[in-house]
Design a protein around this ligand. Structure first.
Ligand SMILES: [Zn+2]
Length: 482
């Protein structure tokens, strides 16, 4: 552990990169908000899954495999899910059981998607419906809500329970409401649309509990009547039950900063009397598709499953390895543009790497790549470095175990991929050796030989693109001309 680099992570709370100091190095704890399993997950949902999987792998590498606890929840109660469950309900069993059955299918599909993306199973994948009020968990939503009412920051009204940020801000020893999103409660109140809900004292008050109609909506018994939880309280309960009242890292998409994460902080800090819920708040950037916001009406909405198994995107399907690599090329905090072009490039890279790496023999990962990842998960720099490692490993076979281990740290599997115009065998036996030979010529500054091989490859339909890596060494990428 002592030889490991200092891990630095960007904390949305402080808007700076901070040196990460776990509360307990023998149990590093991370929570990431998972999907609402209403339908198949889209490619935007895959981004936090992949980003925080890389962080999970890095934390395990630094602190030890058994010293990291990662919880990623599943939201399996929400109004769209309720409606769907009601629509197919035959009244032969409770509506809750119908809902559970419905979400089993989408959860199974989600797990299948993540397998294809080589995302490791988190330590815990709690489902919200198991943490409402069943009494089996050390902490559940009803108990936390009761605590909030007791402390005077929440109130019951017409079957609802609402949280009051105004009351929270009167209490000492707590964070200020709005600290994460840097919003000021007074400004928020002034700018809030007039909320007509008669049971709210203030427009900024948010729902912890709402009533369910037993005839048409699933629900649980509670001190405030038959009802169901609001979304935000789910994560406070699951994180508290599985990771403890305070933990190290809380992650999710940037769109969750407000109100979801702000409200999680308010609930957890008020219920447990803490000045912070998690030490570091991390958020991945937006994903857009071919330069536009993904939307069903724009026709650029694409699910993970559609990318993997249909020709909806770019007229063909894509292996999970390619999707994962394409995702990691952009730093996680930057917006990412999901394009066919980027997937083609990622595929070419995987192919090129697969000629050298076999992941049979795995050594120690490259220190420079570890440094890059330890610097706020700089995957783009890590991938530049891996290009260099590939060149080195092609020349010196004894470096292959390091190349293999480094790819594994990023969760990048290699496999021989088919290309559109060249058979794999032909590529492996003819094209690949020529690319490597030319690379050696370039390093030796034998430009005549280098040019001759380039022409030879061009005649075979292979276009080369020369560049330099971060250390200034020549690199070559290639693509099949179509
Ligand atoms: Zn959440």
């Amino acid at each position: 552990m002592s030889t490991m680099p200092k891990l630095k992570l960007y904390n949305t709370m402080s808007r700076t990169k901070e040196v990460f100091e776990p509360l307990d190095p023998a149990n590093v704890r991370m929570y990431v908000c998972g999907p609402t399993v209403y339908d198949y997950a889209h490619i935007g949902n895959a981004r936090p899954m992949i980003v925080f999987d890389v962080l999970f792998r890095l934390l395990r590498h630094i602190y030890g495999e058994t010293n990291v606890t990662y919880a990623r929840n599943i939201t399996d109660v929400d109004d769209k899910i309720n409606q769907r469950a009601f629509d197919r309900w035959t009244r032969k069993r409770p509506l809750l059981a119908e809902m559970r059955d419905l979400t089993e299918g989408t959860v199974a599909q989600f797990n299948k998607d993540l397998k294809a993306l080589n995302v490791l199973d988190p330590t815990h994948t709690p489902r919200a419906t198991d943490f409402v009020a069943n009494g089996e968990q050390p902490m559940d939503m009803v108990r936390i809500i009761a605590k909030l009412v007791e402390r005077g920051v929440a109130y019951a009204a017409e079957g609802h329970v609402l949280f009051s940020p105004t009351e929270m801000d009167k209490l000492p020893g707590l964070p200020r409401y709005g600290a994460l999103s840097r919003r000021n409660l007074d400004d928020m109140l002034a700018g809030a649309r007039v909320d007509v809900a008669p049971y709210k004292r203030d427009p900024m008050d948010f729902v912890l509990w709402k009533p369910s109609d037993p005839e048409t909506e699933p629900g649980w018994n509670s001190p405030w009547g038959f009802g169901r939880p609001g979304w935000h309280i789910e994560c406070s309960a699951m994180a508290g039950a599985l990771l403890g009242e305070q933990f190290d890292i809380h992650g999710g998409g940037i769109d969750l900063v407000f109100p979801h994460h702000e409200n999680e902080i308010a609930q957890s800090c008020c219920a447990f009397g803490l000045d912070k819920m998690a030490s570091i708040w991390m958020h991945n950037g937006f994903l857009q598709v071919e330069g536009r916001k993904m939307s069903k009406s724009d026709g650029n909405f694409v699910t993970i499953d559609e990318l993997l198994t249909t020709d909806k995107f770019g007229g063909r399907s894509w292996p999970g390895e390619v999707l994962r690599l394409a995702m990691l090329k952009t730093h996680y905090r930057q917006p990412i543009d999901w394009t066919v072009r980027a997937l083609e490039e990622a595929e070419a890279t995987i192919y090129e790497w697969s000629l050298v790496g076999d992941q049979q023999e795995v050594g120690e990962p490259d220190p420079q790549v570890i440094d890059a990842l330890a610097s706020d998960i700089n995957t783009s720099f890590a991938l530049h470095r891996i290009h260099q490692l590939r060149s080195d490993a092609a020349q010196y076979p004894e470096l292959r175990p390091r190349f293999n281990a480094t790819l594994e740290l990023l969760g990048i599997r290699l496999r021989k991929l088919e290309t559109a115009t060249i058979e794999t065998d032909e590529f492996t036996t003819t094209v690949a050796p020529l690319i490597l030979e030319r690379e050696a010529a370039r390093r030796a500054k034998d430009f005549a030989a280098s040019d001759r091989i380039r022409d030879e490859l061009a005649a075979m339909g292979i276009a080369l693109k020369d560049g330099k890596d971060a250390d200034g060494n020549p690199t070559t990428t290639w693509e099949v001309k179509r």
